[in-house]
Design a protein around this ligand. Structure first.
Ligand code: CU
Length: 147
């Protein structure tokens, strides 16, 4: 991906995040996936989409998965030198707005699984628990797939 494409993706994601959502009255993971990893990869990315059909803001604060030594919430940014870097995401970036959604996608926000027990292989399912600031725990089966 070129730096320009990545910047475009970063600009598009927040716009998508502003619309959508609904009045379902529940907060739920509406999509999740992870790319496969090469052998001996030290870390892997997981992407989530969380839809908030309630009238209260919430926030993604952590993810649990027993395949990882540690999990961090990251954001990918393009620095002045046009190099893509990952950093811990600002807490504000993890808000799931009332009536809206949080979208985590390549070149943007992601869950970072650090210290894999084994490579993620296409076709397998990852068992995740998504923890929200409200205390809600969302259990999610996440496929490893190519997108
Ligand atoms: Cu990362």
């Amino acid at each position: 991906m070129t730096a320009r494409m990545a910047v475009a993706a970063l600009l598009i994601i927040p716009l998508l995040g502003a619309c959508g959502g609904g009045s379902s009255g529940v907060i739920e993971v509406t999509d999740s996936w992870a790319p496969s990893t090469p052998p001996n990869a030290p870390a892997a990315a997981i992407y989530l989409e969380i839809d908030n059909g309630t009238d209260a803001n919430d926030r993604l604060i952590d993810v649990e998965m027993d395949r990882c030594d540690a999990i961090e919430l990251h954001n990918t940014t393009i620095d002045d030198d046009r190099i893509m870097r990952m950093r811990l995401a600002e807490p504000d970036a993890m808000v799931v707005p009332a009536g809206g959604r949080l979208i985590m996608a390549p070149a943007g926000l992601h869950v970072m699984c650090i210290g894999l027990d084994a490579p993620f292989r296409e076709g397998e399912m990852l068992d995740l628990v998504v923890l929200l600031e409200s205390g809600t725990r969302l259990t999610t089966a996440t496929p490893v797939e190519h997108r």
